[in-house]
Design a protein around this ligand. Structure first.
Ligand SMILES: [Ca+2]
Length: 324
């Protein structure tokens, strides 16, 4: 079993990543750290606790971290994820458990300062918490055995042929949201001494789409949990409705990408992915947050392909395994 710490900003796809981890026999989710991103850090924090309450895993600690990126204002995405950040979960129980008051950044520093078996990090949000920890205590980077990041877009994404999903400089320059929201943080992570970096970019996650067929398959699992998860995933905001319109089979087809769950799946079973080692750097100027191929960049494991069928098999197995 792999020990994992997840740094996230739930977000329905972050929620699905958490649930995928909890339903998998291969992942031991040790802790969740939360950062502002899709919605404010306070909403993300509540959402993370809501997911753990839903899955009956209130034993997992949740730590609240930064509410805004290192050097710019936070742009939240209520038009994608709903006002709460997790539209479609209105009937999920309100969490009532106590969680540690320690800040996420201090928790990360402590975790990677004095242990024997250091957990792998999975980052599915702007990497502000991780960067703050690395800035405050740079030597911890050598203790982080690896980080699997949902972020960046090394090759054009398949829906529109863009280098991301958020406009960063006028109308025609795009970068992937997590990197665009905190480019300095992504750069700090990439330039750190973290031993191994796996990058799952938008160009991959936009190939693994939730849609009517997947919705039916998840509902057919038949548990109350599966139906509630399908209800969450099919609550699609107006921005995604527009973005994914070109690949809809019917006007009401509930299409969205499952970004963060794809990153978590890499930690469940990396054999269903193809990787290529590519030197990457983060643009910090005109194309802020773009993940560029550059000879002087950090060589990372860039995920180039995924067996979609195997991904959905793993996802459905995990959902079927959830017990409340
Ligand atoms: Ca996320």
């Amino acid at each position: 079993m792999k020990d994992i710490i997840l740094d996230c900003d739930p977000g329905q796809d972050d929620a699905l990543a958490i649930l995928l981890a909890l339903g998998s026999a291969d992942i031991n989710l040790k802790a969740i750290t939360v950062v502002g991103g899709n919605v404010s850090v306070d909403k993300c924090y509540l959402n993370a606790m809501k997911v753990l309450t839903f899955a009956g895993r209130t034993d997992i600690p949740v730590y609240r971290g930064a509410n805004r990126p290192l050097k710019q204002n936070l742009t939240t995405l209520e038009n994608v994820f709903g006002e709460s950040g997790m539209a479609g979960t209105e009937n999920w129980k309100i969490p009532k458990f106590f969680v540690p008051q320690e800040n996420a950044v201090d928790f990360l520093i402590k975790t990677y300062s004095n242990a024997n078996n250091y957990p792998h990090l999975c980052a599915t949000a702007p990497q502000t918490n991780i960067a703050q920890a690395l800035l405050k205590q740079p030597q911890i980077s050598e203790n982080i055995p690896g980080i699997t990041i949902m972020g960046g877009c090394v090759f054009p994404e398949p829906l529109r042929g863009r280098m991301g999903n958020i406009s960063v400089n006028g109308d025609d320059v795009y970068a992937e949201y997590n990197f665009a929201m905190d480019p300095e943080a992504a750069d700090i992570t990439l330039c750190s001494s973290i031993q191994k970096i796996n990058l799952i970019g938008l160009d991959i996650t936009r190939r693994v789409l939730y849609n009517g067929e997947v919705d039916t398959r998840i509902r057919k699992i038949g548990t109350k949990e599966a139906i509630m998860i399908a209800d969450m995933l099919s609550a699609i905001g107006p921005d995604d409705m527009e973005d994914y319109a070109p690949v809809k089979k019917t006007p009401t087809d509930p299409i969205r990408a499952l970004h963060d769950a794809v990153a978590m799946c890499y930690l469940v079973d990396d054999s269903i992915f193809k990787i290529e080692q590519i030197p990457i750097k983060i643009d910090l100027k005109n194309f802020r947050g773009q993940s560029l191929i550059a000879p002087e960049g950090r060589v990372v494991n860039v995920i180039r392909d995924i067996n979609k069928q195997a991904f959905f098999d793993i996802l459905c197995d995990s959902i079927a395994n959830l017990k409340r």
